[in-house]
Design a protein around this ligand. Structure first.
Ligand SMILES: CC(C)(COP(=O)(O)OP(=O)(O)OC[C@H]1O[C@@H](n2cnc3c(N)ncnc32)[C@H](O)[C@@H]1OP(=O)(O)O)[C@@H](O)C(=O)NCCC(=O)NCCS
Length: 143
């Protein structure tokens, strides 16, 4: 498995994975906008020539990143792909000391995933998602 920066030709695969994995529906245009804004922190995992997962983060400050999305192809979950994407992201930003993200409180897999990687729930944001549900705000301090 290889983790590398997103390229335009990955778009269809990323849209497919996002649609199968995330409750919010993101258009190809929005994903391209996120790529324009975050070309260094939009990464994909590729295996056997296929994109099987992706992570998008954005910089909030010199020492702080916010994860906007992470998703792995349904059939490829629980095989370490998500963990590899997260570790590769962290490796590429050695100056980052803190990572934050929002997650749905009922998304057990994601909550467990983030807890395993050292994230802690720091608060709750009301009306975060388009359907009006709240989000947990999680944070990981790297150093
Ligand atoms: C969250 C997600 C990216 C994890 O990716 P993954 O490749 O399956 O994760 P990994 O195989 O690296 O799992 C690492 C750890 O996460 C936790 N985890 C992952 N899937 C889990 C599940 N179904 N149930 C409970 N814990 C789970 C476990 O602690 C696991 O460690 P273990 O394998 O030692 O038990 C993936 O489940 C996914 O795409 N979910 C849908 C999209 C989503 O909800 N994204 C987050 C939005 S904020």
């Amino acid at each position: 498995m290889e983790v590398r920066k997103f390229r335009f030709e990955d778009l269809a695969a990323v849209v497919r994975i996002a649609q199968g994995a995330l409750e919010e529906k993101y258009t190809p245009e929005f994903l391209l906008y996120l790529w324009q804004m975050n070309p260094e922190s939009f990464l994909v995992a590729e295996r056997g020539g296929n994109v099987i997962g992706f992570i998008i983060a954005t910089r909030l400050a010199l020492h702080e990143l916010r994860i906007l999305m992470i998703a792995v192809n349904t059939h490829m979950r629980k095989q370490g792909v998500g963990s590899f994407l997260l570790k590769q992201l962290i490796m590429r930003f050695p100056e980052v000391r803190k990572i934050v993200l929002e997650v749905r409180p009922d998304n057990v897999e994601a909550l467990e995933f983030y807890k395993k990687h050292g994230f802690r729930v720091k608060g709750k944001v009301d009306d975060f998602y388009t359907d009006g549900s709240a989000a947990y705000l999680m944070e990981k301090i790297l150093f």
